[in-house]
Structures are given as structure tokens and as C-alpha cells.
Design a protein around this ligand. Sequence first.
Ligand SMILES: [Zn+2]
Length: 84
Amino acid sequence: MPVIAVRAAYTSQQCSNCGHTCPQNRDIQAVFRCQGCGFEHHADTNAAINIRDRAFTIDSPTRGHSGDRVHQSRLRAAPTTSVA
Ligand SMILES: [Zn+2]
């Protein structure tokens, strides 16, 4: 299984539904409540969704919080072996 490095900054404050990022989204430690769209989720689950989305949005460095670029780690394709 490949490992993809992503920046963890603001994953706990960013809404996985609309992308709105602010500390007030985490008024309660365990609960994420977006001040932008009202989306509610368990805080850790919301952060996990953000991390997953960053991992699979490799070619969109402009997405998400400004200055919070996704560390781009290229997936290395397994070498193909040809059996002739
Ligand atoms: Zn939101």
C-alpha cells in the first residue's frame, strides 16, 4: 500500500464539506461544527476526511487553506515485469 505524505496543518479546523477553515469550527473539542455551512461531524472523523481528500488531490495545490499547500508526493508505480 502506498504512503502519501500530506500537510496536517488546519485539518482539524477545516470543514470537510465546504472547506471553511477557522478555529471557531472547534468550539467543543470532540465536535466539529462548521461556522460557514453548519456541517457537523465528530472532530477526528472530519479531520480524517480532510487528510484523505488532501492525499487524493495531489494535482490541485490551490485547493484548501491558502498557504497550506498539499505536500506532493508522487505515487510510484510498481515496476512492471513482462514475462515474454
Ligand atoms: Zn462547512
